[in-house]
Design a protein around this ligand. Sequence first.
Ligand code: KIV
Ligand code: ZN
Length: 390
Amino acid sequence: MLHDPNRVYVFDTTLRDGEQVPGCQLATPEKIEIAKALEALGVDVIEAGFPISSPGDFQSVVEISKVLKDPIVCALTRANQQDIDAAVGALKYAKRPRIHTGIGSSDMHIKYKFNSTREEILERAVAAVRYAKKFVEDIEFFAEDAGRADNVFLAQMIEAVIAAGATVVNIPDTNGYCLPELYGSKIRFLKENVKNIDQAIISVHCHNDLGLATANSLSGLINGARQVECTINGIGERAGNTALEEVTMILKTHHDLNLHTNINSKHFRAISDMVSDLMHMPVQPNKAIVGQNAFAHSSGIHQDGFLKHRENYEIIKPEDVGVDSADIVLTARSGRHALKHHIERLGHQLERAVLNDVYERFLILADEKGHINDEDVILLVSTVEKKTLV
Ligand code: KIV
Ligand code: ZN
């Protein structure tokens, strides 16, 4: 059913799974701002909210639906008619609406969350998809806690919801439990054992409780999934979701995987800053792709190698992800080469002996201060130059 078998659809849930995080709640105008930025970034699906959860969230889905032109606008529901009715109402202005409905699939959830049985859960799953399908053509079904579900039962559930009309089947590792091989083999099992699987797109939705969300998503894609659910900066429940910028940049960097998205990575830094500011959620400095230090080289060995040839220490060009340039940070771990480069960038050419003198003073100051800035360098150079003139 897909035109291009190697195209990976990007489903962004910053405004739903991301916005669930305590302290990250947004007002409708802020959500619209982020939704427009996601559209410009090139995401295929924007999960705009969970309309039954609050009047504010309902309204946000309505307003986002009005402004977006290209992406599919998706609304989350549990597997019941009331939730689905709310989603249908909230999506009424969407040009391309999608309902995302689902229910638990692991025995843990079936027993301790729903106090139910596999048979009953299966019936509820099918009934929800059939009901949603009366209003909207594009139905995504999520099998919550699929990461811990029995594969044979999961396959039975997925086959039944596709037969009921699901166009996308989401296999969430809700608790971030899986290892990449385990998650990838689950997707492969579904590809090989669900008779009607070619009538739907398999979606991966991974949480980061063990720091494996991106690795697990990638494993799912390698094994046949063609939609990835993710958030900007990896925000989301508990330890977060797969980071959009990470998983899409991996696909862009590893051409050998032969998987591609519609994402324009040049927007990454700007949208990361926007989400971080609006959600009051700082980005850790060492965060891949969008962290402050992602392109900062600070040790002498790395700086020397980088200055000789960028690609010695650079697998991603900073400009490809919206960062102006790599940064050579001057600290007590920096070498002469980095200091010389910095001094030249500031417009000074120093004799070898003078540079050695500046470097010695630089190390003493760097031990004291930690980070040396342009003003410090200029002062050091002028002090040594004055001394040389005397
Ligand atoms: O993690 C999860 O299982 C979810 C579902 C609601 C899709 O967020
Ligand atoms: Zn989730």
